[in-house]
Design a protein around this ligand. Structure first.
Ligand code: NCD
Length: 317
């Protein structure tokens, strides 16, 4: 018998039913903790909670994990999915506005997940419809469901999230997965180490936000200096598609590669994470290491998205 729902879990579930997931900013630290507890309740749940419900998948940017795991989560809870994964085959290519596309999707489904290259697009979509809208990534801005699966993976691996020292490596200028997770860990009071080339530092306004919260963070360009102190190393891809100047990308694309020799310098329990897709920043020889958690992240994505879809649709096990 699973443990009974706590008052905090029930209260949060009631509050989020019918609402949107646009940004990690919308969650308090306590809500983040409670959300992770609720996600855990969905391990192994395959009940047809969302039978007869349709998820609209509006993806204006490439995706493998986010789209497939949302679709898998919906189908595993008995629901179905429709939508597009290539905006060129939607009427966007004829000049239809995002607003209108969302108003149309609203006629065909019960909940929407959207990915879009423009920052703020998910918020626009949420304003266009009364249906719950989930942000599957808006430009370089936010990727809140990725953050939940990242936090969930850290929690499962380390038993805790709070108190850990987490390093971020790679593209901290454009990486939305990093931006969202940095914001959430900042709320939870974690110590952060930011490792990037000078040109790809975390934007000033995000650093200022960390300062306003009193978060302890340090910055360096040197991966090997940072690694020994870390409990988690969150590696990110250099976001080629967001560079204005292709030459600038060429200059920084191979700055870092995490391989087995890097693990030699790390604490034995340091966990290596990556939202994927990776290019060259993690050597495949690391995949077999018990410290590699990136495929587990992708797997946890289904559980997290099952929980979120059920919560937003007000359908609980
Ligand atoms: C990330 C994304 O799209 O922001 N991938 C993902 O959703 N798992 C990271 C990336 O593209 O580098």
């Amino acid at each position: 018998m699973p443990a009974a729902w706590t008052d905090a879990q029930v209260e949060l579930a009631q509050r989020v039913a019918g609402s949107d997931v646009v940004s990690v900013r919308q969650w308090t630290p306590q809500e983040l903790r409670t959300l992770l507890e609720i996600v855990e309740r969905f391990e192994g749940i395959h009940d047809p909670l969302l039978q007869g419900k349709v998820l609209g998948v509006l993806f204006f940017e490439p995706s493998t994990r986010t789209r497939l795991s949302f679709e898998s989560a919906m189908m595993r809870l008995g629901g179905s999915c429709l939508g597009f994964a290539d905006a060129q085959i939607s009427s966007t290519s004829k000049g239809e506005s995002l607003w209108d596309t969302v108003r149309m999707a609203e006629c065909y489904c019960d909940i929407i997940v959207i990915r879009h290259p423009r920052e703020g697009a998910a918020r626009v979509a949420a304003e266009a419809t009364a249906l719950p809208v989930v942000n599957g990534g808006d430009g370089a801005n936010q990727h809140p469901t990725q953050t939940l699966l990242d936090l969930y993976t850290i929690h499962r691996r380390k038993g805790v999230v709070e108190g850990l020292k987490v390093g971020f490596l790679g593209d901290l200028k454009y990486g939305r997965a990093a931006h969202s997770l940095i914001e959430a860990l900042g709320k939870l009071g974690n110590d952060l180490v930011l490792v990037s080339p000078q040109a790809l530092r975390l934007p000033r306004r995000r650093l200022d936000e960390l300062d306003e919260r009193g978060v302890r963070w340090t910055e360096t360009t040197e991966m090997l200096d940072a690694v020994p102190a870390l409990d988690v190393l969150y590696v990110t891809r250099i976001q080629q598609e967001r560079f204005g100047d292709p030459l600038e990308y060429e200059r920084v694309k191979n700055t870092y590669q995490v391989d087995l020799s890097v693990l030699d310098r790390a604490k034995p329990g340091m966990v290596v994470m990556h939202p994927l897709p990776r290019v060259t920043e993690i050597h495949p020889s690391l995949d077999a290491s018990p410290q590699a958690a990136y495929f587990e992240q992708a797997r946890n994505g289904v559980t997290v998205r099952k929980a979120l879809l059920a919560l937003l649709m007000g359908a609980l096990p």
